[in-house]
Design a protein around this ligand. Structure first.
Ligand SMILES: *Cc1c(COP(=O)(O)O)cnc(C)c1O
Length: 420
């Protein structure tokens, strides 16, 4: 008997289910690779966050880049969740899913003029500004449009979130934000700009953070700056502390819950008297999704075993990009175990899902579930090697909804022109 990875993906008589749906039946019907999301897992997480922060005026802005599927954004909008966006494309989808502009905040170091104008016209809650030059450009564009743009300054509090360097954003050497020591000057400058309205302060220190301590450090440093700003007559309305809470990738992982997170940070935030914004992405949807794949071939090279599956770095790049661990479970349990590399079909040595992993002794045609693939899975997928992107389905109790169709070969050629 396997221990269940979480309460949404459970074994019944040796077969893996998502809520009340057999993943074997699902894979046979829809084919693989397919991303499967549990609606209940997403709703439960939303409610855990809401509950955890219920004692304080808090706006939850889901980080769209974690999973921008329209149906997932619709779940957010139906549950009064706002959005944290990092591009015009994300703004477009957030609006399409019904997220109101007054719940949208916009971060990112490289906002183009086009994107800035679009977001000003949409009247979003706040630009989270990452450089002085960006501030000037937002002011100019707002002036041209005869509007005022609401901004927060993204400060870089120089703390180490103790996560993978590629997803660590709050250290001085990273490209993100404005050094916290310089921020006071930038605020004073911003307060003199005619078409800028200062509304808040923002920080986001990284992703897949498994300890509360770095948050406390960042929030304390930023809270000090907030008092200094007050002394200078710069009054803010929002304290946006970003996202980044980690999730369970390995069975033994034990990330802080939204409640533990809230209980630790709210006392500091309360001292500022500002409304709070949080921007969870991964922790809202990550554990709610799996990537289902089928074993195509088995191959032995001496005592090294390879399990070759029909999904790879084009569908899920995290192992190749961050050397990330994803737990892999058989859809139908087997008695015997093997140790193997589980690899994809892409022509890259980095195209693996797991290396030297003990897994069930699967055979050609068997299905595997790559766990905790709901965030930064589909959203980072590509057509590399001209593989159509995977289908995505949402499970709601015993119902399965297709929320993204499998791409066709036609789709692969649509944007291209033969001009010679
Ligand atoms: C990516 C990002 C988030 C979400 O991070 P998670 O680790 O997915 O919670 C929040 N805010 C900003 C500014 C981001 O860039």
């Amino acid at each position: 008997m396997k221990q269940d990875f979480n309460e949404y993906f459970v074994y019944k008589n040796g077969e893996l289910y998502c809520e009340n749906v057999s993943l074997k039946n699902l894979a046979e019907k829809y084919k693989t690779p397919v991303y499967v999301y549990s609606k209940k897992a997403i709703l439960d997480k939303i409610n855990q966050y809401k509950e955890a922060f219920s004692s304080y005026d808090t706006l939850i802005c889901y980080a769209v880049k974690a999973n921008p599927n329209l149906s997932i954004l619709k779940i957010m909008s139906d549950n009064d969740i706002g959005c944290d966006i990092v591009s015009g494309g994300e703004l477009y989808k957030a609006k399409k899913a019904g997220i109101p502009s007054n719940k949208i905040v916009y971060a990112g170091v490289g906002k183009t003029d086009f994107e800035i104008e679009y977001a000003i016209r949409e009247n979003i809650l706040s630009f989270n500004v990452e450089s002085e030059m960006e501030l000037d450009v937002i002011n100019q564009i707002a002036k041209k449009l005869g509007k005022k743009a609401r901004v927060s300054i993204r400060v870089n509090p120089d703390v180490n979130p103790k996560t993978h360097p590629y997803i660590s954003t709050g250290m001085r050497k990273s490209k993100f934000g404005i050094d916290i020591d310089k921020a006071l000057d930038v605020y004073q400058k911003a307060s003199k700009l005619t078409n800028i309205e200062i509304v808040g302060i923002h920080c986001h220190i990284g992703s897949q953070i498994m300890e509360i301590e770095p948050y406390i450090e960042a929030i304390e440093k930023t809270a000090k700056l907030i008092s200094k700003l007050k002394e200078k007559g710069i009054n803010l309305e929002y304290f946006d502390i970003g996202g980044g809470l980690g999730i369970k990738y390995k069975p033994e992982d034990n990330p802080p819950s939204p409640k533990e997170f809230a209980d630790a940070i709210l006392p500091i935030v309360k001292g500022t008297n500002l409304k709070l914004i949080i921007e969870p992405g991964r922790s809202m949807v990550g554990e709610a999704g799996v990537l289902l794949t089928q074993v195509i071939f088995l191959k032995d090279k001496g005592d090294k075993h390879f399990v070759i599956v029909d999904t790879g770095m084009n569908d899920l790049v995290r192992p190749a990009m961050y050397n990330a661990y994803h737990h892999i479970l058989p859809v139908v349990e087997k008695e015997r175990k093997i140790i193997a590399d589980i690899v994809g079909p892409i022509c890259e040595t980095g195209d693996f899902l797991a290396l030297d992993r003990e897994i069930d002794d699967v055979q050609r045609g068997d299905y595997l579930a790559v766990m905790s693939a709901g965030a930064y899975g589909s959203s980072m997928s590509s057509n590399y090697n001209l593989r159509p992107r995977a289908m995505e389905v949402l499970v709601d109790e015993d119902k399965v909804y297709v929320i993204r169709e499998r791409e066709t070969y036609d789709y692969l050629t649509i944007p291209e022109l033969i001009e010679n």
